[in-house]
Design a protein around this ligand. Structure first.
Ligand code: SF4
Length: 153
């Protein structure tokens, strides 16, 4: 199993937002912190904005910031949002499926159960769980000159 790059990027970008709660972030600076192209980051930010996770400010000093409190951002929901349109196995998409086994295959049911368990675990995690007290992450993602001593947001 492998997450799509955009799902992983969404998590990185949201963590960057949460580590910089008082700033309007530029896509380019976030892309640098997240080690991706500005273009790729912009697409992910657009999707996050469309679903209400970040709000954007237009103009020269524009950018984006977290639109919700970090404890209201479910990592499971974010993963579902970005993974939803990609079928995990070929048979998960009835329109394009060509698997000859699909009428009798039992594996699909077990994969579905495994995915349910996977998302269930992530549903119990919030963005706040990822950043709160994580001084190492703060040191990597905080754009302020100094990381706060407490690291306890
Ligand atoms: S082998 Fe089973 S789980 Fe895999 S694509 Fe075919 S029907 Fe789906």
């Amino acid at each position: 199993m492998r997450l799509t790059i955009r799902t992983n990027l969404a998590a990185r970008i949201l963590m960057t937002c949460a580590e910089n709660p008082d700033r309007v972030l530029k896509t380019a600076e976030v892309a640098e912190l997240c080690n991706c192209s500005t273009n790729h980051a912009a697409h992910v930010v657009q999707r996050l904005q469309a679903d209400g996770y970040v709000s954007t400010v237009r103009g020269r000093s524009g950018g984006f910031s977290l639109a919700l409190a970090a404890d209201k951002v479910s990592i499971g929901a974010v993963f579902r949002l970005f993974e939803a349109d990609i079928p995990f196995a070929e048979c998960f998409d009835e329109v394009t499926n060509t698997c000859p086994l699909s009428k009798t295959c039992r594996l699909k049911r077990y994969i579905e159960r495994a995915l349910d368990a996977f998302y269930h675990e992530l549903d119990m995690v919030t963005l706040r769980d990822l950043v709160q007290g994580n001084c190492g992450l703060s040191a990597l993602l905080t754009l302020r000159p100094e990381v706060p001593n407490s690291c306890s947001r």
